[in-house]
Each structure stands twice: as structure tokens, then as C-alpha cells.
Design a protein around this ligand. Structure first.
Ligand SMILES: NC(=O)c1ccc[n+]([C@@H]2O[C@H](COP(=O)([O-])OP(=O)(O)OC[C@H]3O[C@@H](n4cnc5c(N)ncnc54)[C@H](OP(=O)(O)O)[C@@H]3O)[C@@H](O)[C@H]2O)c1
Length: 124
């Protein structure tokens, strides 16, 4: 809430609307792509540059294609792993890579229990 969300065009369409209280930047190769109350950028680099100009915390919100592009350039990864089995054909990239260290881990009880983890890019 209050930040900037960067997401792929397919993730945006799976949500179907901009989430309230946040700026939404959609990444698409289609230069004619538009959505009300959203920004559209042609690359992750352009999206992050625009996000920096907006000067709010930037969160990359998926999906699989965009996570793959973002993982080499982000500082922090927040992962909530819900304790259930689902079928699907879109995956988060292999993680953690050697570039990241676990900085925080908490278990939460909810309608579906989940584990929240925060990874930070390792100092090199
Ligand atoms: N469980 C979770 O935490 C989570 C989080 C987010 C999303 N999801 C799910 O993930 C699914 C979508 O993931 P996805 O991997 O199929 O798609 P995606 O990453 O959301 O979006 C892919 C689209 O992004 C654009 N794109 C990708 N690479 C690009 C590049 N290099 N330059 C410019 N544009 C680029 C293209 O849009 P155009 O085709 O318009 O050019 C591409 O079709 C949805 O089902 C969503 O619900 C799950």
C-alpha cells in the first residue's frame, strides 16, 4: 500500500484492475497497450526508471516472466509460501540463488497458514 507495483501485462489482466492506493506500472511489448489509471512501460528497465521518478517504494509483483527479469536487479525478495498444493504452469524462478541471504522468517496462521521470508542481496 502506498508504493509502486510493477507487473507483467498478464498479471495485470489476471487481477483485472489497478489495486487501490498504489501506482501500477504494467510491462508490455505492445506499444499501443493502455489501461485506465496505469502506466505502461516497454521494459523492466523503463518501468524501474519511471518507478524511481515516482519516488515511492517499488515492488515487482510478477508474474513468472517479470520475476525472471527482475531477480538479478532487485535488492530484496519477499516470499509468502502458502501451505497448500495447487496446480499451475507458471513458476517463480529457482530461488534462493547464491546472491541472496535469508534475513527474516515468520510463520503466520490464517485461513491458509503461510511462511513469510525476506531475502536480502548478499554484500559482495
Ligand atoms: N502467486 C503469485 O505470487 C503470483 C504473482 C504474480 C502473478 N501470478 C500469476 O502469474 C501468471 C502470469 O505470469 P506470466 O509469467 O504468464 O506473465 P507476466 O510475467 O505477468 O507477464 C508477461 C507479459 O509481460 C510482458 N513482457 C514480458 N517480458 C517482457 C520484456 N522483456 N519486455 C517487455 N515486455 C515483457 C509481455 O506482455 P505483452 O504480451 O503485452 O507484450 C508478456 O506477455 C498469472 O496467472 C498470475 O495470476 C502469480
Amino acid at each position: 500500500m502506498g508504493g509502486t507495483l510493477v507487473m507483467g501485462r498478464k498479471t495485470f489482466e489476471s487481477i483485472g484492475r489497478p489495486l487501490p492506493g498504489r501506482t501500477t506500472i504494467i510491462i508490455s511489448r505492445n506499444e499501443h497497450y493502455r489501461q485506465d489509471d496505469c502506466e505502461v512501460c516497454p521494459s523492466i528497465e523503463a518501468a524501474l526508471q519511471l518507478g524511481n521518478e515516482i519516488e515511492k517504494p517499488i515492488f515487482v509483483a510478477g508474474g513468472g516472466e517479470i520475476y525472471r527479469l527482475a531477480l538479478p536487479i532487485v535488492d530484496t525478495v519477499h516470499i509468502s509460501t502458502i501451505q497448500t498444493k495447487v496446480t499451475g504452469d507458471i513458476y517463480f524462478p529457482d530461488f534462493p540463488t547464491r546472491d541472496f541471504e535469508l534475513a527474516e522468517e515468520r510463520e503466520y496462521e490464517s485461513n491458509i497458514n503461510y511462511v513469510y521470508q525476506r531475502y536480502e542481496k548478499s554484500a559482495k
